[in-house]
Write a protein that binds this ligand. Structure first.
Ligand SMILES: [Zn+2]
Ligand SMILES: [Zn+2]
Length: 128
């Protein structure tokens, strides 16, 4: 079995990984990541997603003023939000898909919240 560091807590772990593919999409631009996560952190990411994002299943209809139009960080509704997608492959479970919105100024907060790996941080952020 291969060993990898968990992308949330940062050190090696035993056992199978869950895989998360978060993405933030604005028009043609998208910012995507693949996270390999231990069981404990996978459970907390999924409970965050269940509590804040909209679960997408076949035939899901998004209401224009429903929770899926509110920013995942500040919970406000804004016309300027970007789309957030999260596809999760929890170990031993079915794929789950989530959808949400995020204000441009809250993207960094959302990434911190998810422990979105910083290794592909924008150059401006690395220069600080
Ligand atoms: Zn972990
Ligand atoms: Zn916001």
């Amino acid at each position: 079995m291969a060993f990898f560091p968990c992308d949330v807590h940062g050190t090696m772990f035993r056992g199978a990984a869950s895989h998360f593919y978060p993405a933030i999409v604005r028009g043609q631009d998208s910012d995507r990541e693949h996270m390999r996560v231990c069981q404990v952190d996978a459970a907390s990411l999924l409970s965050w997603a269940d509590a804040h994002a909209s679960r997408v299943t076949e035939g899901t209809q998004f209401e224009l003023d429903g929770p899926s139009t509110r920013c995942l960080v500040c919970d406000l509704q804004s016309a300027e939000t970007d789309a957030f997608f999260l596809t999760a492959y929890p170990k031993g479970e079915e794929e789950r898909q989530y959808y949400g919105r995020v204000c441009p100024e809250h993207i960094d907060d959302l990434k911190r919240l998810l422990s979105w790996p910083a290794r592909r941080a924008r150059p401006a952020a690395q220069a600080r």
